[in-house]
Ligand binder design. Structure first.
Ligand code: SAM
Length: 659
C-alpha cells in the first residue's frame, strides 16, 4: 500500500513530468489555459499475431489530472508550514551559543574570477544525511566543528554548549531540479518580491512625492514647455554629451589644467546620482499609491452597485453594474473594454489587499501586475498563504519603513504603526496569528529577560581592556607601505571606503556603500525549539546571511557561546581564544537552531585585521528555517535531545539518557 502522502507526491510528480513532456514536445503552454487538465485514457485491445491492431478496443481506465496545481505548485522543499505551536522545550536561560567559525569563506560563486556559479556546485556531496552518522562524514560536513587552527584549544571535555566550525566550506552536490521547470510559482515570486522590497533600500516615504521634485512651470528656451528642476539646483539630467564635451575640452588643455575638470565631473556625476535616486524613489512611491488607490476604487465600484441593487431589489444587479461601468468609462475617458480589462487586474489588487493587507500591495512592486493579470495560482490556498504572512510583513515593514503607512492616509486609513522597535524584537508566527514581543517568549524561564539588538560586537572591557582579542597582526612580517590590509582569502585590498575597497568576499557585509537588512525574521518554531530564524528570501550557497555579533568575552561556562581563536597580536604563532556571548545582546544569529542536516554554517573571516564570524548559507530556500550544525562539542554531555527531526539526527537522545 502506498501512503496517501506518497500517492499524492507520485501524482504531483507524474503530472509535472507529463506536463513537461507536453510542453517540450508541443507548442502548448499550460499558462495559456485557465484550468488545464490532463486526460489519461487506457484501452485494452486484442492484438493480432502479427502485432497489428484488430480493431477491438475496450476502455479500461480514464483519469483526469488537474494541472492547475502544476502551474503553481510549490518547490518541494521543507517549508515551514503554518501550524499550531506545540508544547515547547525549555531553551537555556538566556541562551547564547558556542560556535567556532571557519577560516575561509565560501567563495561567492559569481565574485571569484574564473569560477562560475555551477562549477563548485558539481562537487560531490559530503554532507548527505545517510553518511552523517559516520565519523568520516562528520569531518566532511564541516559545519560547526573545530577548525584546524583550533587544535591548540584546550581539550575541555566538559566545555559543552560550544559551537565550533571547521576550516573548509563543505562541498555539496548540485541539487537536481525535480521537475520544477514551471517553478517558482508566480505567488512565490510575488512574495519574494515583497520581502525584497521591504528589505531593500527604496524608501516609501510619501515625502518623496512632495518634496523631492519641484515642478516649476515656465518656458524652457528650447521647447517652450514645462521644466523640472531638482531641489538641489540645476537641470540635472542635461545630456551627458556635455560631460563628454567637457572631457574633450579639458583634454585639449595643458595637462595640469585637466585636473580641475575631474572635481567638476565628479560633482556633476554625484548630483545626477542624487537626482536619479529621488526620481526613482518618487516613482516607486507613486506606483504603490497607484495600486492601493485602484484597489480602493474597486471597493467604491462594488459599494455603488450594491447600494443600487439593494435599493431596487426587483431589478437585476447586472443592470447597475453596467450603468456604473458606463459612468466610470465616461469619467476615465476609456472604452468599456479598456476599463473592464483594467478592472480585472485592479480586482486582483483588491483581493491581495483583502488577504495580505495593504502592506502586500504597497511593497509588491511591479510583479503584482502580472500576477493579477494572469492569475496563475490565484486561488484560495494562495490567498491563505498571504493571509498567514501578513503579520510578518507588517512587522518588517513597520520596523524597517516607519513611514510607509502614511501612504495609506490617502485612503483614510490610519498611519499608526502596529509594530515598534527593531524587526527582531518580534517573533512572528506562521499561522497568521499575531507576532509576540521577543521578550515575552523567554519570560517563563527568565523573568528578567531582555535583549539588546546590536549591529556590531562589543568588546567586554572588564575582560579585555582596550584590546580587541579578535585583532591580529598581519600574517606577513613585512608591513606594507600601501597601508591597505590585504584580504587573507582573496588577497585584495580591504577598505571601509567602497571606492578603495577591492575585496568582495562578502560584499553585502564589508566594504560596501550601503548594507541592507538581511531578509530574515525570528519565528516560532512548530517543533518545540522555541524560537528560530526564518529565511524570507532564498540565500544561494556561499552567500552571507549575517555576522555573529554579541559580547566579545571569555571564560563563560554552562551557557551557549561562540568559541573562536585568533593568532596573538603580541607573539605571532601563539593564539588567543575568545568567546562571543549573545545572552543579553547580539543580533538575529542568536536564534539560529541546530540541525543535523544544517543549511548554513559559521565561518571565520578577517576584515581589516579583525576576525569576524559570518553565518554563511549552504543553500537555503525561501520560507525555510536557517539552521547550523552545533557539532559534537556542543551536544557532548548536554542533558538535552535534539529536535531537528532529520532522519540522520545524531543527538536524538540526551547524553544523560544514553548512560
Ligand atoms: C542559540 S539558541 C537558538 C534559539 C532558541 N531556540 C531560542 O528560542 O532561544 C540555542 C538553544 O536553542 C535550543 N535548540 C536549538 N536547536 C535545537 C535542536 N535541534 N533541538 C533542541 N533544541 C534546540 C536549545 O535550547 C539551545 O540551547
Amino acid at each position: 500500500m502506498v501512503s496517501s502522502d506518497k500517492a499524492a507526491d507520485a501524482h504531483t510528480e507524474l503530472s509535472q513530468y507529463i506536463a513537461r513532456i507536453l510542453l517540450e514536445r508541443s507548442n502548448w503552454s499550460l499558462e495559456s489555459l485557465d484550468h488545464p487538465v490532463l486526460r489519461i485514457e487506457a484501452h485494452l485491445e486484442e492484438e493480432s499475431s502479427q502485432g497489428e491492431r484488430t480493431g477491438q478496443s475496450r476502455p479500461v481506465f480514464s483519469h483526469v489530472v488537474d494541472l492547475s496545481a502544476t502551474k503553481t505548485s510549490e518547490p518541494r522543499t521543507r517549508q515551514i508550514k503554518a501550524a499550531p505551536v506545540p508544547p515547547r522545550a525549555a531553551p537555556d536561560r538566556a541562551a547564547a551559543c558556542p560556535i567556532e567559525p571557519e577560516d575561509r569563506p565560501e567563495e561567492p560563486r559569481n565574485t571569484i574570477p574564473g569560477k562560475s556559479v555551477t562549477e563548485g556546485a558539481d562537487d560531490a556531496e559530503e554532507e548527505n544525511c545517510s553518511e552523517a552518522a559516520s565519523e568520516s562524514h562528520h569531518k566532511g560536513t564541516g559545519g560547526l566543528r573545530l577548525a584546524r587552527s583550533d587544535s591548540n584549544l584546550v581539550e575541555d571535555t566538559d566545555s559543552q554548549r560550544q559551537i565550533h566550525s571547521g576550516d573548509k566550506f563543505p562541498k555539496r552536490r548540485k541539487v537536481k531540479p525535480e521537475g520544477h521547470f514551471l517553478q517558482p510559482s508566480t505567488l512565490d515570486k510575488l512574495i519574494g518580491g515583497i520581502w525584497e522590497q521591504i528589505h531593500g533600500t527604496v524608501s516609501l516615504d510619501p515625502q518623496n512625492l512632495v518634496q523631492q521634485l519641484q515642478l516649476r512651470g515656465g518656458d524652457d528656451n528650447n521647447t517652450g514647455g514645462t521644466t523640472i528642476e531638482s531641489p538641489i539646483g540645476g537641470f540635472l539630467m542635461a545630456p551627458p554629451v556635455g560631460t563628454t564635451q567637457l572631457i574633450a575640452d579639458e583634454a585639449a588643455k595643458p595637462r595640469d589644467d585637466t585636473r580641475t575638470a575631474i572635481p567638476e565631473m565628479s560633482d556633476a556625476f554625484s548630483r545626477s546620482n542624487v537626482f536619479c535616486r529621488q526620481v526613482t524613489q518618487a516613482s516607486r512611491a507613486c506606483r504603490s499609491l497607484e495600486v492601493i488607490v485602484q484597489a480602493r476604487w474597486v471597493e467604491y465600484f462594488d459599494a455603488y452597485v450594491d447600494g443600487w441593487a439593494r435599493a431596487n431589489a426587483g431589478v437585476p444587479r447586472s443592470r447597475y453594474n453596467k450603468a456604473a461601468l458606463m459612468g466610470a468609462c465616461a469619467d476615465f475617458g476609456w472604452s468599456e473594454k479598456e476599463l473592464r480589462n483594467k478592472m480585472y487586474v485592479w480586482r486582483g489588487y483588491k483581493e491581495i489587499k483583502d488577504a495580505g493587507g495593504w502592506v502586500a500591495l504597497v511593497f509588491a512592486g511591479m510583479g503584482i501586475y502580472r500576477f493579477c493579470k494572469y492569475r496563475i495560482g490565484f486561488d484560495k490556498e494562495s490567498m491563505q498563504r498571504l493571509r498567514n504572512l501578513r503579520p510578518a510583513m507588517e512587522v518588517a515593514a513597520d520596523t524597517l519603513h516607519p513611514q510607509w503607512r502614511q501612504l495609506l492616509t490617502v485612503l483614510g486609513e490610519s498611519s499608526e504603526k502596529l509594530y515598534h522597535g527593531h524587526q527582531h524584537d518580534w517573533v512572528v508566527q506562521l499561522d497568521g496569528t499575531n507576532p509576540i514581543p521577543l521578550r515575552n517568549t523567554y519570560l517563563q524561564w527568565d523573568p528578567q529577560f531582555s535583549y539588546r539588538q546590536l549591529d556590531e560586537s562589543i568588546v567586554d572591557e572588564a575582560t579585555w581592556g582596550c584590546d580587541d582579542p579578535r585583532w591580529s597582526m598581519p600574517a606577513s612580517d613585512v608591513v606594507r607601505a600601501s597601508a591597505l590590509p590585504l584580504c587573507e582569502t582573496c588577497e585584495k585590498e580591504q577598505s571601509d571606503d567602497p571606492k578603495l575597497n577591492n575585496c568582495y568576499c562578502f560584499p553585502t557585509l564589508f566594504g560596501c556603500a550601503v548594507t541592507s537588512p538581511s531578509p530574515v525574521l525570528v519565528f516560532r518554531t512548530p517543533d518545540g525549539k522555541n524560537n528560530g530564524l526564518l529565511a524570507l528570501c532564498a540565500f544561494e550557497r556561499g552567500a552571507p546571511i549575517g555576522e555573529f555579533v554579541g559580547l566579545v568575552t571569555k571564560g563563560f561556562r554552562e551557557v551557549d557561546v561562540m568559541e573562536s581563536t585568533t593568532s596573538s597580536s603580541g607573539s605571532p604563532g601563539s593564539s588567543v581564544s575568545y568567546q562571543i556571548w549573545q545572552g543579553r545582546q547580539g543580533n538575529f544569529t542568536r536564534f539560529v537552531n541546530h540541525s543535523c542536516k544544517a543549511n548554513s554554517q559559521y565561518q571565520r573571516f578577517t576584515w581589516l585585521h579583525t576576525q569576524r564570524i559570518i553565518l554563511v548559507s549552504k543553500g537555503i530556500d525561501a520560507g525555510t528555517e536557517i539552521t547550523v550544525d552545533y557539532s559534537d562539542k556542543y551536544w557532548k554531555g548536554l542533558n538535552k535531545a535534539c529536535l531537528c527531526g532529520e532522519s540522520c539526527c545524531r543527538y536524538r537522545k540526551a547524553d544523560s539518557d544514553k548512560r
